[in-house]
Ligand binder design. Structure first.
Ligand SMILES: O=C(O)CCC(=O)C(=O)O
Ligand SMILES: [Fe+2]
Length: 357
């Protein structure tokens, strides 16, 4: 087993504390096949407000599609490091394999494969606010195993369908028309990811993924039976283990939804613990808007609340800034959604890092 690299070691206050983590204390479980739409919308609204995190069952995604991805990626991750690095992600090619991701400047104990769902994806070329040039993200599929490409592409279609349905339910839970969010996804920048967390000789010192909030609209996550994901409960800040449930998906709200709802719904911090015995796989799908979307609180909701709680920002530039900071260790704090929060009677936030560029 590879020894723990110093770059992965968490500050003592961030280290996992397995004996204290309580599994699944009330994380909502929602049956999407319920014929009572009003009750479903109410359950979704409640879960979004109280937790920002919930699990769904009977979601309509064929389980064979997920199993096909699981089998293919297991073969891929068990190839030699040299073989995997043939499709390595770098600063220019933003999709592919990598094993150097950092969350908030500490290296994660994991390896990853990323692919874009809408290929080629129209994206921002630069983090500079005055630079309007666009780039196209393309996928790098491994030659081995050859079936991985098709399995992931088929799965991405399922995820988009499910995400569209969830966004309709979320819109209704806010008293908005079901298709209120549709306009933001014309050239969506959604992506799929496979996380593999190898067994670790010192799981008490590291995290598979450090505490973070997902930056996009929402995440649909499949986890295997090993467990390790924890969510920070909004009501008391306790870390709660998210119990693996066969055939369920975990949904967590991202920062964009927090801003669109003017803070009515919040993205929630989560992290991943690893263990010394078993490898773990998780398969998230990140629903993201078109790169040119100016993310801002929806007018209907700011009128209702008579306040605008966030400044608007360009999604493509935000996403690119975050992608770069996750890829290497930086000397400054990386960009976070709280930097866009409006503070009454204050025009700027003195200690915020430079936002773009
Ligand atoms: O592995 C998990 O359970 C969660 C991973 C995660 O939070 C992420 O990839 O953003
Ligand atoms: Fe996450």
């Amino acid at each position: 087993m590879a020894p723990v690299n110093a770059a992965c070691i968490q500050e003592p206050t961030h280290r996992p504390n397995p004996p204290l983590s309580q599994e699944d204390q009330g994380i909502p479980l929602i049956d999407l096949s319920s014929p009572d739409v009003d009750a479903l919308v109410e359950a979704i609204g409640h879960a979004c407000r109280q937790w920002g995190f919930f699990q769904i069952i009977n979601h309509g995604v064929p389980s064979e599609h997920l199993h096909r991805v699981e089998e293919a990626v297991r073969k891929f991750f068990h190839l030699s490091p040299d073989e995997k690095r043939k499709v390595r992600r770098d600063a220019r090619k933003v999709m592919g394999y990598y094993d150097t991701e950092h969350t908030k400047n500490v290296a994660d104990w994991k390896e990853v494969f990323d692919y874009t769902a809408n290929e080629p994806t129209l994206a921002a070329a630069s983090v500079d606010e005055d630079d309007d040039r666009v780039a196209y993200w393309e996928n790098q599929w491994p030659q081995n195993p050859p079936e991985m490409r098709e399995a992931c592409q088929e799965y991405a279609k399922d995820m988009l369908e499910l995400a569209t349905r969830l966004m309709e339910l979320i819109a209704m839970s806010l008293g908005l028309p079901a298709r209120r969010f549709e306009e933001f996804f014309r050239d969506h920048t959604s992506s799929g990811r496979i996380n593999r967390y190898p067994p670790c000789p010192s799981p008490e010192l590291v995290l598979g993924v450090g505490p973070h909030k997902d930056p996009g609209v929402l995440t649909i996550l499949a986890q295997d039976e090993v467990g390790g994901l924890e969510v920070k409960r909004k009501s008391d800040g306790q870390w709660i283990g998210v119990k693996p449930i066969p055939d369920a998906y975990i949904i967590n709200l991202g920062d964009v939804l927090q801003v669109w709802t003017n803070g009515q719904y919040e993205s929630v911090e989560h992290r991943v613990m690893v263990n010394s015995v078993k490898e773990r796989f998780s398969i998230p799908f990140f629903l993201n808007p078109s790169h040119y979307t100016m993310v801002a609180p929806l007018e209907e909701l700011t009128q209702e609340q008579n306040a605008v709680n966030y400044r608007s920002y360009n999604w493509g530039k935000f996403a690119l800034t975050r992608k770069r900071s996750n890829f290497m260790k930086l000397q400054v704090e990386n960009i976070q959604i709280q930097h866009f929060k409006n503070i009454p009677s204050q025009h700027y936030i003195p200690d915020s890092p430079r936002v773009f560029g």
